[in-house]
Design a protein around this ligand. Structure first.
Ligand SMILES: [Zn+2]
Length: 284
């Protein structure tokens, strides 16, 4: 299996500092100004969820990290996020025994009591419905949408096949429907574009789903990494108060993430950080 094929599975290749075909939001900003003060009723199961919904016809807002409010510093919080990647065409590979899940990582997060946000593809939830339900009913976690197919929402995104613009919204909705079907109860209205790749067209296409696009400011480098220490060092060097870290929950493409997390968590706590879900990071 060549690296080019494997590269289709993960959000960011080794050494990537960000998506190749997007313009990430300036840190902490919600880039759709019209959206900021438009409350939308929460969905069942998330009564306290604060929403930033797009204006009609406008782009989905984008969140990348927490920033300071006037007169106060950013709290010493950090959000670890884990992309549960599986693409729509990887079923045969899973059938041959390739593991796109990472139950050891989830166990570690539970043991270490690290609130986390899991960005799950619909295809992953179909392949691992019991794990999706377990994550999706655990108050330690929140489950966010990472598309159904894990195909690209812009051209030139790590070699991923591209979703037609007319199919983008349906791809997001299909993942949400799978989550409901398998019993995910802690779904939050956040969407991470596969590879993080997005443009204005893509933000407008997914906006009717009522989602906020969630990027990151710290790339863990766990995709295809073989050295857990190097991943941990990269995260520890990059985290600042309010940071949002992207990692992966798929052994196939990120085999050392659990080991890295076991190093990262105690060290960040020693430095005074508190781990929060994206929803809390967004609340500031
Ligand atoms: Zn991904």
């Amino acid at each position: 299996m060549g690296a080019g094929v494997i590269a289709l599975t993960a959000c960011a290749p080794p050494g990537a500092t960000g998506p190749s075909a997007s313009s990430p939001a300036s840190p902490g900003s919600l880039t759709s100004p019209a959206s900021r003060d438009t409350p939308v009723p929460p969905r069942p199961g998330n009564p306290k969820e604060r929403r930033h919904a797009p204006a009609a016809g406008g782009p989905a807002p984008v969140f990348s990290r927490a920033t300071a409010r006037p007169g106060s510093a950013v709290p010493r919080t950090v959000a670890l996020t884990f992309d549960a990647d599986m693409t729509a065409d990887q079923g045969p590979r899973a059938a041959r025994g390739e593991r796109f899940d990472n139950p050891g990582l989830i166990d570690a997060l539970r043991t270490l009591k690290v609130p986390s946000t899991v960005f799950m593809t619909g295809r992953w939830a179909e392949e691992y419905p019991a794990q999706a339900r377990s994550i999706g009913t655990d108050p330690l976690f929140e489950t966010a949408n990472h598309s159904y197919s894990h195909h690209a929402f812009t051209p030139g995104c790590y070699g991923l096949p591209v979703v037609d613009r007319t199919r983008m919204l349906a791809d997001v909705e299909r993942a949400r429907q799978v989550f409901e079907r398998v019993g995910v109860r802690n779904a939050v209205p956040y969407f991470r574009f596969p590879g993080g790749c997005h443009d204005d067209d893509a933000l407008r296409a997914v906006a009717p789903a009522g989602v906020t696009a969630v990027q990151w400011d710290v790339v863990s480098g766990d995709a295809f990494a073989t050295d857990a220490g190097a991943v941990a060092e990269q995260v520890l060097a990059g985290v600042e108060p309010g940071s949002l870290v992207v990692m992966h929950c798929t052994r196939s493409a990120a085999p050392v993430t659990e080991q890295a997390v076991r190093r990262i968590v105690p060290e960040l706590r020693r430095r005074g950080y508190r781990f929060v879900k994206v929803s809390e990071l967004m609340r500031g």
